[in-house]
Design a protein around this ligand. Structure first.
Ligand code: MG
Length: 262
């Protein structure tokens, strides 16, 4: 089941529902995406149906907590000139960084080195189980990331976590650790990898985080980015207003967002 939150342009509030083919069908029981992740209820939506291209997809939900994982692909650690980590490098992105799959991502005035990180996102269900998966951009301000000891501003800025386009429930993705992941900037392919290259598996990440933090339904774990970020290109190429970032993961769909000046 593909869980989404959407609105009808010019017609009011957010609705939760299910994407079925080229339509989105609203839940008529008032349930939200997080409630569906918690309950494991996969009863098909039975409310009003809308053409997918006539609705605006919002962030699937605002997570209680967004975890990021640094250096979780070998080639990305190499391109960053970093040692391979012996344990997962876990950080937080603030919930307010959650943004719609279509963006926009707003570049703060103080940021000069804005970069993308295409990533597989894990949405938690109940009792530490995986509820589903989505595509995310772990947008990063490389200048702040280098300069500041903690990545709170560099990674957690407003709109720095577009994700979606929906959450595909785990029962539909038996092979989450063997999916093609690709990122384009303005149509140019920048990242091309498979999630089978993760250094720490999804189960290992969940176990590591759960050692000190109880994971709740809807908590989002961004599992790390493969090689090909703008910072590692020669010459370096950072995002500027007007750029379009597209990230696609097999089975999960694609997100595509523009960059605008804040
Ligand atoms: Mg990342």
């Amino acid at each position: 089941m593909k869980l989404c939150t959407f609105q009808i342009p010019g017609n009011g509030g957010a609705l939760a529902g299910e994407v079925r083919g080229d339509h989105v069908v609203a839940f008529n029981d008032g349930s939200t995406v997080v409630e569906r992740l918690r309950s494991a209820d996969r009863t098909p939506a039975a409310g009003d149906a809308f053409a997918l291209d006539e609705v605006e997809l919002l962030a699937p939900y605002v997570p209680r907590t967004i975890f990021g994982v640094g250096l979780n692909y070998r080639e990305h650690a190499v391109e960053q000139g970093a040692e391979l980590p012996e344990e997962p490098v876990v950080f937080l992105k603030q919930p307010g960084s959650a943004a719609p799959p279509g963006g926009p991502v707003r570049c703060p005035q103080v940021v000069r080195r804005l970069d993308y990180e295409g990533e597989l996102a894990v949405a938690m269900g109940a009792d530490g189980r995986i509820g589903g998966y989505a595509v995310a951009d772990d947008v990063s301000a490389r200048d702040l990331q280098r300069r500041e000891q903690h990545w709170t501003r560099a990674k957690g800025a407003d709109t720095f976590c577009p994700f979606g386009p929906w959450v595909t429930t785990a029962d539909e993705v038996p092979d989450a650790e063997d999916l093609a992941l690709r990122t384009w900037v303005n149509g140019e392919l920048r990242q091309d990898a498979r999630t089978s290259d993760l250094l720490f598996s999804i189960a290992e990440l969940i176990e590591f985080i759960s050692a000190t933090i109880r994971l709740e339904p809807g908590d989002l774990i961004l599992t790390g980015t493969p090689s090909g970020v703008g910072m590692a290109l020669d010459p370096r190429r950072f995002l500027v207003p007007g750029d379009i970032v597209r990230i696609e993961i097999e089975r999960l769909g694609a997100i595509e967002h523009g960059i605008v000046a804040a």
